[in-house]
Design a protein. Structure first.
Length: 173
């Protein structure tokens, strides 16, 4: 039976910094010899535009991902034009034998999540979502994070400790 490796979601609203954070995590892990696969959810409605997919996928590849995929409206960019489930997409990524799979998006799934909050209005995500293991916040909301969300493991956006914390949390090699 094939081993299923850890899956972590990075979620947040549009333009919160998900792709940037995922790329940073991929780069950090890759430097440590950890093979990372990335699945991005194209949550803007419709099929992913080739240029959008290429931009984010290339960013993930440049960061060191061994495979990167984007899914939206039934199109999986690894170029399968068939409506697929998240489970099937993850199974496909598992076939590349990564040490870790990072999912960018799919807020309502129940995998362990890192939530990015950029604005005060984004804080509602923390109350709405399950399986949150960490919150990453932008400087504009630092005071509120430290007072109202102290029960969570929180990181500043510019903090370089997230990848090490995550590595220890999920016991990566």
């Amino acid at each position: 039976m094939a081993m299923v490796n850890p899956i972590i979601q990075v979620v947040g609203y549009q333009n919160s910094g998900k792709t940037t954070l995922v790329s940073k995590l991929v780069a950090d892990f890759s430097k440590q010899g950890i093979a990372v696969a990335v699945l991005k959810h194209h949550g803007h409605g419709g099929a992913p535009e080739a240029s959008d997919c290429k931009k984010d996928s290339e960013k993930h590849f440049r960061s060191g991902a061994i495979v990167s995929a984007v899914e939206g409206n039934g199109i999986l960019q690894l170029s399968a034009q068939k409506r697929t489930s998240l489970a099937l997409n993850l199974s496909l990524l598992q076939s590349f034998q990564p040490d870790l799979i990072l999912i960018e998006g799919y807020k309502n799934e129940s995998y362990p999540k890192i939530v990015i909050v950029r604005h005060h209005r984004d804080l509602a995500l923390i109350e709405q979502l399950d399986a949150i293991i960490a919150v990453v916040y932008w400087p504009e909301i630092e005071a509120e994070m430290n007072v109202n969300y102290a029960e969570y493991t929180i990181f500043k956006l510019a903090d370089n400790q997230l990848s090490q914390w995550l590595r220890e949390k999920i016991a990566l090699k």
